[in-house]
Design a protein around this ligand. Structure first.
Ligand code: GLC
Length: 753
């Protein structure tokens, strides 16, 4: 017996050595040669936008790709190269011009993350990711710092535009698709911010106090899916603490959960200036400290020399980072890049993909699409003329242009009163001029200031009724990194409300229709005014081709097929997280260097996730709270019939199929959602949970598709804190096949022993 074991151990060792790739052997050799200082140098970046370490044999690091978020540091003695890291989730975010260079380096501003998840179309999302990765390759970027994928815990979180959903399944599946797309080009993706970074207020110091069950089922679940189905080469930890300790310093999350349980095998980096104790971060398995500061390097060296940090931990991080560096595009033999991505082709990608993520919320009397033959449009609202492509901060993209609603409608052959257009454009220009120092600030510390809405007199509106056949009102909201939204931004302003009331009254009196377009990055209040217009289209912040994408829908060239990835509450106070969210609790988000002094302020220094797993529709549906628009809701210009639902067990799988037919008069795509209601006998469970979804192909009128989805019994489990296990309780499970979380079309049951 002993001999056999010895033989097996020897064989395993032999195989392990023999199985080591050439690269692994090279890396082992390098680590042998590296001094402790060189290892520490490698694990700490060269500063924000490459500013700290300037002169190297490769030149000034910040000039390699100007405007990129950071670089790793070359180790000249060993001819060890570097890589370039750049934002972001809506496109590559680098400087669009360079000193002493005539050319431009524009990147495509694709739709915001929330629009991508609103498509519920992972195939389309993967294609957008691939286009982002393609631009990265052409511009010499090796790591794209996206997707952003934190849970929409509360409507006012400033960065929700960059993230996907209140639901972990939709979040994880969308993120995995973006990751696969980006990485198809050989570029590394970097899902972020792991984990529970759900508010901007005091983001660098906030302590998230959350139960293990909510952590596992809601805040980690999306990352688990993204890692298992996307296989990202890098991942970014979050600024915040979880239950008292900075995430980037928690080995139980970064190594035990992420690596050992989920199988993540890439490089973990901090968020920029995140965390305070480099030795704890390296020990936790957070390999790379970005953007990198001198004191962090010194701290690693001192900690090893003082015996506070095992050099084995340093070596483990160095090996993972060397693998990333040597596998990165720029370090492949003969690699070159031309700085000329196909921006024209990508403009088409963003224009088309954006239409699939827009959500038709209301369409009474087929008000949309605009009747063919109608050409004269009364176009109201500042955002119509100053259209918002995306959010601000690191998730912005320095693009060549933004197509406004005016341009989009004109491109589609509609005509808008030039005098009205001039009024609005002048008003916007003056308003921006009054806030110039804020509007032009690129980075996170200044959300793009919106002009207030322009008031119109009844006479001016009456003149439009005479002239136009159809009225469109665009309501805009900006938001961005670094600030949470104010509650006032959730509601319409008085000027917006009176514009809406007056335009609807005047146009309806003349028998003419009114459509509202929402050019927003996050949920706003709708219950108090949604009865007024004939139609409401949520266009989100759809990227640089936004005006064209909206016009494609308004004209009927595209049939909207988006569904809401989050609940739209009647009032903020209805939301389960509101009492534990920093609503209008502004604090100066202190600079990255100095941390806010923890004074124990609720929702600022710490935030209690008392709602537990009851986030979003899990809260609203379990408590049967009225909502304005439910999770998963979205209309189409056509209608779909659900029939012939089948749910069958085979082993651990639950196979679901349903026939979807287009019973309307125009071609369209349907999103089929599968929710599960558990027996709830032994565990408290939400009323229902999304467990699968699929989008049909474009179905012509009368055509149908059998949509098939497969669940595993394990997908029905919940996390039991006592046993620290995932448990599937026995009993009868209801499988709802639905058009939205509150429009269940067919229900079947399945037994679990
Ligand atoms: C920012 C953001 C992060 C971004 C990084 C680099 O502070 O939190 O999402 O990728 O720093 O810009």
């Amino acid at each position: 017996m002993k001999k056999t074991l010895l033989f097996l151990a020897g064989a395993a060792l032999l195989c392990a050595t023999a199985c080591k790739s050439e690269l692994d052997k090279k890396i082992d050799g390098l680590v042998e040669q590296m001094t402790l200082e060189e290892k520490a140098r490698l694990l700490v970046g060269t500063g924000n936008e490459g500013r700290w370490v300037s002169e190297t044999s490769y030149g000034d690091m910040k000039n390699i790709v100007p405007g990129a978020a950071g670089t790793t540091c070359p180790i000249e003695r060993l001819e060890l190269p570097f890589i370039i890291l750049s934002d972001g989730p809506a496109g590559v975010n680098i400087d669009s011009t360079r000193e002493n260079e005539p050319g431009t380096y524009y990147c495509t501003h694709f739709p915001i993350g929330t629009l991508l998840s609103s498509t519920w179309n992972t195939q389309l999302v993967e294609h957008v990711g691939q286009s982002i990765g393609d631009e990265a390759i052409h511009y010499g970027v090796d790591v794209v710092l996206g997707p952003g994928m934190n849970i929409h815990r509360h409507p006012l979180n400033g960065r929700n535009f960059e993230y996907y959903s209140e639901d972990p399944l939709l979040t994880g599946k969308t993120a995995a698709a973006v990751i696969r797309g980006i990485q198809k080009n050989g570029v590394a993706a970097c899902p972020k911010h792991f984990a529970a970074n759900n508010q901007e207020t005091n983001r660098m110091g906030n302590d998230v106090q959350v139960s293990q069950r909510a952590l596992r089922e809601i805040y980690l679940k999306g990352f688990e899916l993204a890692v298992k189905e996307g296989h990202p080469k890098t991942l970014m930890t979050s600024y915040n603490k979880i239950n008292g300790v900075s995430v980037s310093e928690r080995r139980d999350l970064v190594t035990d959960f992420l690596r050992d349980e989920c199988g993540f095998d890439g490089t973990v980096m901090t968020d920029w200036y995140g965390g305070d104790h480099p030795e704890d971060q390296i020990h936790a398995g957070n390999d790379l400290l970005m953007p990198g500061q001198q004191w962090q390097m010194d701290s690693i060296v001192n900690a090893v020399n003082a015996g506070r940090l095992d050099e084995k931990d340093v070596d483990a991080s160095v090996k993972r980072l060397l693998k990333l560096i040597y596998e990165s595009p720029r370090n492949q033999a003969g690699h070159t890049y031309d700085n000329t991505p196909d921006l024209k082709a990508h403009a088409e990608v963003t224009r088309q993909s954006a239409t699939e993520g827009m959500v038709l919320l209301k369409n009474d009397g087929q008000a949309l699409p605009i009747a063919s033959g109608m050409k004269e449009i009364a176009l109201f609202g500042c955002a119509s003329y100053d259209f918002i492509a995306g959010g601000s901060g690191s998730g912005d993209v320095r693009r060549a242009y933004t197509v406004s609603m005016l341009e989009g409608l004109q491109n589609a052959g509609y005509s808008v009163d030039p005098l009205l257009a001039a009024r609005y454009e002048d008003f916007v220009k003056q308003s921006i001029a009054a806030n110039l120092e804020k509007v032009t600030a690129r980075f996170a510390d200044m959300v793009r200031i919106r002009p207030d809405e322009m008031p119109l007199t009844e006479q001016e509106i009456a003149a439009q009724v005479q002239r136009a056949e159809y009225a469109i009102i665009t309501l805009g909201r900006t938001q961005g990194e670094y600030y949470d939204r104010k509650s006032s931004e959730f509601y319409l302003s008085d000027v917006e409300r009176s514009l809406l009331v007056n335009v609807c009254r005047a146009f309806h009196a003349a028998g003419k229709k009114v459509a509202v377009v929402l050019n927003i990055g996050g949920v706003i209040e709708t219950a108090s005014w949604k009865e007024l217009p004939d139609a409401i289209l949520c266009a989100w912040q759809p990227g640089q081709e936004g005006g064209n994408s909206v016009a494609d829908i308004l004209s009927g060239k595209a049939n909207p097929s988006g569904k809401l990835p989050m609940t739209w509450p009647v009032a903020l106070s209805d939301d389960g997280a509101t009492v534990n969210f920093p609503v209008d609790q502004t604090t100066e988000n202190v600079s990255v260097a100095s941390r806010r002094k923890d004074v124990g302020e609720k929702n600022v220094d710490f935030t209690r996730y008392d709602e537990g797993i009851y986030v979003g529709y899990r809260w609203y549906d379990t408590r049967a709270i009225e909502v304005s628009y439910p999770f998963g809701y979205g209309l189409s210009y056509t209608t779909f019939q659900y029939s012939d639902a089948k749910v069958a067990r085979s082993g651990k799988n639950i196979n679901i199929s349903v026939n979807i037919s287009n019973s309307g008069s125009v071609a369209g795509k349907e999103v089929v959602e599968v929710y599960v209601t558990a027996p709830g006998a032994s565990m408290d469970k939400p009323a229902k949970e999304l467990k699968a979804f699929a989008k049909t192909a474009l179905l012509n009128p009368g055509k149908s598709e059998v949509v098939k989805m497969t669940l595993s019994v394990d997908d029905l489990s919940s996390y039991d804190e006592d046993s620290q296990q995932w448990i599937v309780e026995a009993g009868t499970y209801k499988i709802h096949i639905a058009n939205s979380s509150r429009d269940i079309r067919l229900t079947e049951t399945v037994e679990v022993k």
